[in-house]
Each structure stands twice: as C-alpha cells, then as structure tokens.
Design a protein around this ligand. Structure first.
Ligand SMILES: CC(C)(COP(=O)(O)OP(=O)(O)OC[C@H]1O[C@@H](n2cnc3c(N)ncnc32)[C@H](O)[C@@H]1OP(=O)(O)O)[C@@H](O)C(=O)NCCC(=O)NCCS
Length: 142
C-alpha cells in the first residue's frame, strides 16, 4: 500500500492528511496553545506545577486518526495498523515542537490503542480526566 502524508502549516496548527493508494484515509492535527490562555484550567494547574510558566506555548495533539476515525472499530483496519504510520506522524510533530522551542506535548484520549501508543512513546498518564468523562490526559516533556 502506498501511503502519502501531506502537511499544511498555519498560524497555530499543523494539519496532516494521509492518503493510502491515492485515497483520503485519515487526518491528524497539532495545535499550539498558551498556558493561562487556552489550555484549560486543569492543564494550566498541572503544567505550572511541573514548572512551566503562564504564557508558555505548548503543543496539543487535537486530532490523531491517521487511519481514519473508525479504523479501530467499524472499519477493522487492524492489518494496516502497527506498521509505523502513527509513529511517523508523531515524530514529525516532535520535530515541529523542537523547531518552535516547545517543551511539552499533550493529548486527551479515551481509546485503548492510543493509550498504548502514548505509553510506548513515553507520554506520562496523568490520570487526570480529559475532554470527555472517559478520557485521560497524557503528557510528554520534550
Ligand atoms: C493509535 C493509532 C493512531 C496508532 O497508529 P499506528 O499506525 O498503529 O501506529 P504505529 O504503528 O506507529 O504504533 C503502533 C503502536 O500503537 C499501539 N497500537 C496500535 N494498534 C494497536 C492495537 N490493535 N492494539 C493495541 N495497541 C495498538 C501500540 O502501542 C503499538 O505498538 P506495538 O505494535 O509495538 O505494540 C492507531 O491505533 C489508530 O488509528 N487508532 C484508532 C484511532 C485512535 O485511537 N485515535 C486517537 C484519538 S485520540
């Protein structure tokens, strides 16, 4: 399968579009937020306790469905997962953070596969409830 990743940088987001064999297959998005401004109270508290400063820019993975949003359930794309696509996109996100001097990356997820993925890539499980009641925040210091 031929996989192609397109990237679109805008002021405060980077959007990834994945095509497989020339067809749109999935998306991912990295957004840049400011502590004390738009990361939300819970994360403001956590990040400042970790020594980060109000006004510091951090990165949030706001979308991570490189195989499509139904890949793990209805579409049963198990045969396409675990071949490194997620890691390739995450590594690009990490490089973008490095370029911008960002030292903290986080995501909120309630999906078991993503939790495994985060743990594999040394994100710390904060055990703090995420964007919906089932979700948990994972944080990676860079
Ligand atoms: C999370 C996801 C994007 C990873 O993509 P990927 O292309 O499989 O990523 P990689 O091949 O680089 O990494 C594989 C790792 O992801 C995790 N993972 C992927 N598929 C998994 C599965 N079926 N069961 C358990 N863990 C899985 C594991 O940690 C795995 O590492 P391992 O194979 O060494 O155990 C993919 O599982 C997916 O599309 N999940 C459904 C959508 C989703 O959860 N999005 C997150 C929204 S917040």
């Amino acid at each position: 399968m031929k996989t192609n990743i397109e990237k679109d940088n805008s002021y405060n987001t980077i959007d990834y579009k994945v095509q497989k064999n020339g067809k749109d297959a999935g998306t991912a998005q990295l957004e840049f937020l400011e502590i004390g401004e738009n990361v939300g109270e819970l994360m403001d508290d956590l990040f400042t306790k970790k020594g980060h400063k109000s006004g510091e820019v951090v990165a949030h993975i706001s979308d991570f469905y490189p195989h499509g949003w139904r890949a793990d359930s209805y579409e049963c794309l198990q045969d396409q997962m675990r071949q490194g696509l997620g890691t390739e996109i995450l590594e690009d996100m990490l490089q973008e953070c490095t370029k911008k001097g960002i030292s903290l990356l986080y995501i909120s997820t309630d999906i078991h596969y993503m939790e495994n993925f985060c743990e594999k890539h040394d994100f710390k499980n904060t055990k703090i409830p995420g964007l919906n009641s089932e979700a948990i925040y994972f944080v990676k210091e860079l």
